[in-house]
Design a protein. Sequence first.
Length: 177
Amino acid sequence: MALLLPRHAVLTGAPGAGKTTLLDAAAAAGLTTSPEVARQLLQQPGGMDLRAHDPLGFADAMLEAHAREYHRFADHPGPVVYDRGFPDVVGFLDVSGLPVPAAVDRACRTLRYHGPILRAPAWAAIYAQDPERIQDWQQAVASDEAVTAAWRRYGYQVEDLPLAGVEQRLAVLRSRL
């Protein structure tokens, strides 16, 4: 009997493009999900200051959090839907004009996702800033470009989600699992 690799679906793309809404819908539909670690870090005391004043430290914290989530589901028998992944850390560093530390590069090369990488493109009609989403529209578009390029740099094929409601996006996600 062949051992099946865990299936990972990763939602990536622009800030404010509906990834968390889709993740919540996937969880409600019974899929196993992993939250956006950057948002969790930003919501912790000192998280916004860390991002603003020590972006390399923030990238390290994101890397550690992504690694915990990745390993948490290492033996999970079914698909897991992640809100962002290791190459998103590279995109954050790239858009910030910072070098990619060896540990981040190594994680991107060795801790691989096995499943679709679905991009939520920048979508002006639904974009809104919030306490953790501090990018203006142009910065959100630049972030989308940087993270998409990072995923491709590490050999992933990135598929665009439609600019459509959550039910249609959920149908695309489910069809890819």
